[in-house]
Design a protein around this ligand. Sequence first.
Ligand SMILES: [Zn+2]
Length: 211
Amino acid sequence: MRPKIIQKLIDQFVKFPTVGPRTAARFVFYLINLPEKETKDIAELISSLKENIKICPLCHKSFERNGDENLCPICSDKMRDKSTIAVVEKEIDLEAIEKTKKYKGLYFILGGTIPNIKDEQKKQDVRKRIEELIKRVKNDNKIKEIILALNPTTEGEITALLIEREIKKEKSLSENLDKIKITKLGKGLPVGGELEYADEQTLSSAFENRK
Ligand SMILES: [Zn+2]
C-alpha cells in the first residue's frame, strides 16, 4: 500500500493533460527525492499562480496581473488588427501562432473540442464558449473575419462545423453575423496533428492560405 499522501498527489497529477498513472507516480517520486527547498519553491509557485495570473474575459488567455488592467496584452494592444479573430482550442495553440509573428489579429480560446472529451461538464463548457464567441461577434461590428484555427483532427473539424452551423443559425438575427467571413487554415498542416507541433513555416503558410 502506498502512503495516502503519495496516492493523493498521484491522483492530482493524473488529471493533468497527457499524464497517465505511471507518469504521475514518477512525478511524485521525483518530488520526494528533491531537496526540501526545491519542493517548497514548486509548492509556492503553484499556490501563487492564481494570485498572479488573470484570465482575459475577452479571449480567455492567461496573463500576469498588471495593476487594474482587465484585458490581456493581446486584446489591449492598440496595434492589433481588431477585424479578425482566430478561434483556437488551447492557449498553447495561440502561443504557437504568436511565434510565427505573422498573425496580427485577435484570438478566442475555446478550451477544448466537442467530441473528444467524455466529460459532460467539459462539453457544456465548450458549448458555452461557442455561445460566448457568437455573442462577441454579434456585438462587435469591427470583427469581419473568424478564422477557425482548430487542430486538423476529427474533433477539431467537428467542432469547426458546429461553430459554422451555430453562426448560420443566428445569421438572420444579426447584421454583423450576416456579413462575417468564416475561414479555415489552409492545407499543409499534418492531418491528425496539432497546431502546437507544427513548425513555424507550415503554420505561417496555413494562415496565409486560409480560405
Ligand atoms: Zn485577451
